[in-house]
Design a protein around this ligand. Structure first.
Ligand code: CDP
Ligand code: MG
Length: 681
């Protein structure tokens, strides 16, 4: 492992030695908040910075059709503004929707607000996320993912059920938020033209750069919420770090031995695997420190963590024990954690990247933007003055892009295009996007949909086909929708529904690294030589056989909550299938049919083994490798289809299924004939 000469290897770490040289910089000023978990909930509400501005805020918002609200994370925007609107009778004639990019956030915020209102969740305050609807006719405040509001717009383009739409976390600029901007803007216009009840649109952001939002929404006014200010000292490294994980480790222990025990540390990292690995190393080292150093509790935080474990982050550490949280960018704005005094920013994030030439979307570890780096630093100063250690030089920081590029400009647009066309938007190329995707990306998405048979080109126009309309009925990526629609031809719709449902929830497998051998032994029973899809299917079948027994889940390292969710997802997908008159049947033991069906639905994501043992993605001819977590890692079959690509040190395929070359040729003879050397066996 290469490492910077400034940084000794972790094993040689000696308490008392200072080895991480940091350069001091002008402190940045950010706006934090104060919180106290032990005070009663209504007192807590009144302690939020936003409370003092309540009357003024409501008076400002009442007459406006569009407004942008800016306030530092934790100031109370999301939980309070919807309540203020409701309490003062704004938007009473309909529902108030509050959209969130993350499903975890939508659920936990709805729970929090219904608790503040002292009502049961699903009554006055509810939430709707994909595959889960906890609302009732009484619901007035509805937290939902932006994707869900978008789906509702397909049936109701003017969003007539709603009087207010709050587009929250707008700075994140997810694809769905960006498309929603256009959809609510057009709903607003059409309602005005048709003299319907007006739609109020409130855009909320945690970062200051909102000119674009304001411009887009007819120069709408911007309301700033002032919070308590605590200065944050920013430190940079002297030299660029070749290994940010090593640098993070060293910084954690430097702070641990120097700072008072009550000061907690938040480290921003990129994903589950490296977080779990660093957590293990930290725990190991902490065990061997002298008593003078005090105990440390290390807590991981990432989206696919079981919810009960996610909640651990919010619990205060035992007295005299330091809390070290290792988190993904989920801790940037979506959740607020108290007690953080130190932030360590690796400057890296895992995000989608798209190459329109190759049509390939990959998840890749990359640099954050300046805006993100400031947001991360801000987490250190919520309650008092704080410190942010940036594991990069000031010069490197100067070269970060100022803003995160909106996701719509760096992802595969096939799903979005399909949805826009299902919304009845005639000319998707000229849709009123706040930031337009490139023409190449749009063309590439249309190509993708054409390959799947969802659209056809006629006289220069792109039209949705009957198949495309049916595909849009599913809240799924186009290729999954297509696979389901194909499944009756292979008499395996039950199995395909199970597999797609399994892939639609955060992982159902629980892999605690400390018990790796036990996990491997337990998994063996289910491992299929046909690949990860079939292995998952085996696990799901076994789970159903024991009636979802919790003990069984524990013994087999299966996340029982997510498994429960799989059942719900499957039930909903089944309902959609019934509406579409699809024949639902099971192929029983003949799983070859399932793989055949996957090959037909996912042929765009196929790869071929090369003589030297590497793989080539057939679509793009890019070199790819099997991810070590796959059951096919050792087997190396000749042809596979895969679910996604993950770019770390190499480009890895994740979740693979063994297929025959013939099936791929049958699925898309013309396409493969054009593209490659694939020949019939
Ligand atoms: O939206 P913004 O970041 O401005 O703040 P918020 O989400 O409304 O949160 C305000 C405060 O409510 C937080 O600082 C927490 O103290 C509390 N809160 C909570 O305890 N549990 C939640 N799920 C959400 C918020
Ligand atoms: Mg918020």
């Amino acid at each position: 492992m290469p490492h910077d000469p400034d940084l000794p290897p972790a094993k040689k770490f000696k308490p008392g030695s200072v080895f991480f040289r940091l350069e001091k910089n002008k402190p940045g000023m950010l706006l934090p908040r104060k919180g106290n978990v032990t005070t009663p909930i209504d007192v807590q509400r009144k302690q939020l910075p936003i409370y003092k501005a309540r009357t003024r805020l409501v008076n400002e918002l009442r007459p406006l059709h569009n407004a942008i609200v800016i306030g530092e994370t934790g100031s109370g925007k999301t939980t309070q503004i919807p309540q203020y609107l409701f309490e003062t009778g704004i938007g009473r004639q309909g529902l108030i929707a509050i959209t969130q990019p993350r499903r975890v956030a939508a659920i936990s915020l709805a729970a929090r607000v219904s608790e503040e209102k002292r009502t049961q969740i699903g009554k006055l305050v509810g939430y709707t996320v994909r595959f889960e609807d906890v609302t009732s006719p009484e619901t007035k405040l509805k937290f939902m993912t932006d994707g869900m509001l978008l789906r509702e717009a397909i049936g109701d383009p003017m969003l007539l059920r709603y009087t207010v739409v709050v587009l929250d976390e707008a700075h994140e600029r997810t694809v769905h938020t960006d498309v929603l901007f256009g959809v609510v803007k057009s709903a607003q216009c059409r309602r005005r033209e048709l003299n319907k009840i007006p739609l109020k649109v409130i855009v909320m952001s945690a970062t200051m750069d909102v000119d674009l939002f304001s411009e887009y929404f007819n120069k709408s006014p911007v309301l700033y919420l002032e919070g308590r200010q605590h200065p944050i000292q920013i430190y940079y490294t002297k030299q660029p770090q070749s290994d940010y994980l090593q640098a993070a480790l060293v910084s954690v222990f430097q702070i641990h031995q120097e700072a008072p025990q009550s000061h907690d540390i938040l480290v921003f990292m990129t994903g589950q695997e490296e977080i779990e690995a660093l957590a293990r190393t930290c725990r190991d080292i902490a065990k061997h420190l002298p008593d003078s150093c005090g105990p440390m509790v290390v807590i991981p935080l990432y989206a696919s963590l079981p919810p009960a474990q996610q909640l651990r982050v919010f619990q205060p550490a035992p007295k005299g024990c330091r809390k070290v949280i290792l988190a993904t960018n989920i801790a940037e704005t979506s959740v607020t954690i108290s007690g953080i005094k130190f932030v360590i920013d690796t400057g890296m994030v895992k995000a989608k990247r798209f190459n329109p030439d190759s049509g390939l979307e990959v998840l890749a570890v990359q640099r954050v933007s300046k805006a993100q780096a400031w947001q991360r630093a801000g987490r250190a100063g919520r309650e008092d003055a704080g410190f942010c250690y940036r594991l990069y030089t000031e010069k490197e920081f100067d070269n970060f892009t100022p803003m995160t590029v909106p996701e719509i400009q760096r992802c595969n647009l096939a799903g979005v295009m399909l949805q826009l066309m299902a919304l009845g938007i005639p000319d998707v190329m000229n849709f009123d996007f706040m930031s337009k995707p490139s023409p190449e990306a749009v063309r590439s998405a249309v190509d993708h949909l054409e390959l799947l048979g969802a659209v056809e080109r006629k006289d220069g126009q792109v039209l949705l086909t009957t198949l495309g309309k049916r595909m849009a009925s599913f809240p799924l990526e186009p290729r999954y929708a297509k696979t389901i629609l194909l499944s009756p031809d292979f008499s395996c719709s039950e199995e395909i529904l199970s597999i797609v449902s399994l892939l639609s929830v955060d992982t159902v497998l629980y892999n605690p690294p400390a018990r790796r051998d036990e996990v491997l032994a337990a998994r063996k029973k289910f491992t299929s030589s046909e690949g990860d899809h079939m292995t998952l299917l085996n696990i799901y079948r076994a789970f159903k056989k024991v009636g979802g027994n919790k003990e069984w889940c524990r013994e087999n390292f299966v996340n029982s909550r997510n498994m429960g969710l799989v059942k719900d997802v499957q039930a909903q997908l089944r309902e959609i299938c019934l509406k579409l008159n699809l024949k639902l049947e099971s192929c029983g033991a003949d799983t070859g049919n399932v793989r055949r069906c996957l090959a037909h639905g996912m042929f765009i994501n196929a790869a071929e083994l090369q003589p030297d043992g590497s793989y080539l993605a057939l679509d793009t001819h890019q070199a790819v490798a099997i991810h070590p977590s796959s059951v096919l890692f050792q087997a190396k079959p000749a042809y596979v289809v895969f679910n996604e690509l993950l770019h770390t040190s190499r480009c890895y395929m994740r979740d693979l299924c063994l297929v025959d070359a013939d099936w791929l040729l049958d699925a898309a003879p013309e396409y493969f004939g054009r593209k490659l050397h694939l020949t019939r066996s």
